[in-house]
Design a protein around this ligand. Structure first.
Ligand code: GLA
Length: 407
């Protein structure tokens, strides 16, 4: 554990005692945030993505209760204590309430494992909230591990990834499965290619001199806010687009996903045909998904052979496609990308769902400080930055996935 993590563990223990009196937590569950390196808005189309887990995580210290009540305190004081019964059906809190991520995990586990055992818990997170770094899935996964430990059941990790991907839809976002899978399956020093239907994880070593700079646009991208409707709409548009193209190129066949469509027909032909049957928005959405899929394949190969420049160029192309065809960027994200590239990054792109949140920039170790410096001077120095700059601008390290242990 780093000194930073030891300090956060102490904070969580203090929050626990403040909320529940003079008892001590007996276990610690933790789950990391993630940065997606490439393969954006394609997981729900069934296509591979390439994220890595990061060193920032959600920690939950907890103690098992003798009944079926779950109580969660939070180190962030504006997140008030949440207490609920672990019943087969748990009605949600109002939209946007942090307790809904706790209930999402609990509801998902109940549907699979029956009645759960209660816990008293305190949460301390170092994953910036609403920043596109998947703080919500980290919370869902850490909660699930705590509740599974209390119930004393072991479960297959792949099954838990799929279960939690479905469970998080409780909050109303029709997400794919990337965030839950990487929170569980991250590996130190590696990016992970995630394939879907069924989920499979393949680690790829990140070359040791590659650096990933994460920079927050300071535009919140909350899964429960306006971004949710925009996200769900993109998903619907993708489905509409594939139905039209599949009807033309694979008439008579049942094609349920982009993965199936791409398996039988090469992407050049698909793009040509899509221009005949699609126009405007749907044409752009389709082009993004199909072109991003081929960038993921090339990016994985570039990482495996240590080709920094090529990986960077693919990130740049991904950002353009997300900006112009998928329309999920915003001016602050575009500005961060522009500054990072000017500072000497090999590539930069928005990461996560977009509509605000963060960019990720790739650079060699020799240029990383320069990229951090120019972003600080040209973006953050001109704005009011809430809290510590290091929460908005930092170097992401490829890290391990979730775990639980006795204290
Ligand atoms: C969110 C979702 C993911 C994925 C990304 C966009 O993070 O939770 O499933 O769709 O957006 O790539």
């Amino acid at each position: 554990m780093t000194a930073f993590d030891t300090q956060r563990l102490a904070e969580a223990q203090t929050a626990f005692r403040r909320a529940f009196g003079n008892t001590r937590p007996t276990h610690l569950a933790r789950a990391p945030g993630r940065v997606n390196l490439i393969g954006e808005h394609v997981d729900y189309a069934g296509l591979p993505v390439l994220p890595m887990a990061i060193q920032r995580d959600v920690m939950i210290v907890f103690r098992i209760r003798p009944d079926a009540t779950a109580r969660f305190a939070n180190c962030i004081e504006s997140f008030a204590l949440r207490s609920f019964d672990l019943r087969p059906s748990m009605p949600p809190y109002p939209n946007g309430d942090w307790g809904n991520y706790l209930k999402a995990a609990a509801q998902g586990l109940t549907s699979r494992h029956g009645t759960l055992t209660g816990i008293d818990a305190a949460v301390c997170s170092s994953v910036p909230v609403a920043a596109g770094l998947s703080s919500s899935s980290a919370l869902v996964i850490a909660t699930a591990l705590a509740l599974l430990t209390a119930r004393d059941v072991t479960t297959d990790v792949s099954e838990l990834m799929e279960l939690m991907a479905r469970a998080e839809r409780y909050v109303g976002t029709e997400g794919g499965g990337m965030d839950q899978a990487i929170a569980l399956g991250g590996r130190r020093g590696c990016a992970i290619r995630i394939d879907f239907d069924p989920m499979r994880l393949t680690p790829i070593n990140v070359p040791p001199h590659w650096r990933f700079v994460v920079a927050h646009s300071l535009v919140p991208a909350a899964k429960s806010g306006a971004a949710r409707a925009a996200y769900n709409r993109r998903r619907g548009e993708c489905e509409e687009a594939i139905a039209a193209v599949a009807k033309r190129v694979r008439a008579g066949e049942r094609i349920d996903s982009y993965a199936e469509l791409l398996e039988g027909t090469d992407s050049e032909r698909l793009l040509r045909e899509s221009e005949r049957v699609l126009s405007g928005t749907l044409r752009g959405r389709f082009r993004h998904v199909v072109s991003e899929a081929s960038r993921v394949v090339k990016a994985e190969a570039a990482m495996a052979r240590g080709d920094l420049e090529q990986f960077g160029q693919l990130m740049n192309a991904s950002h353009k496609s997300l900006r112009d065809d998928y329309e999920v960027s915003c001016k602050e994200l575009d500005q961060l990308v522009e500054i990072a590239l000017r500072a000497g990054a090999c590539g930069a792109r928005l990461t996560g769902a977009g509509f605000g949140g963060c960019i990720v920039a790739l650079t060699g170790a020799d240029r990383a400080e320069g990229v951090l410096g120019l972003l600080a001077d040209e973006f953050y120095a001109k704005r009011e930055v809430p809290g510590d700059l290091s929460d908005h601008l930092f170097m992401a390290k490829p890290s391990d996935g979730a775990s639980v242990r006795a204290l």
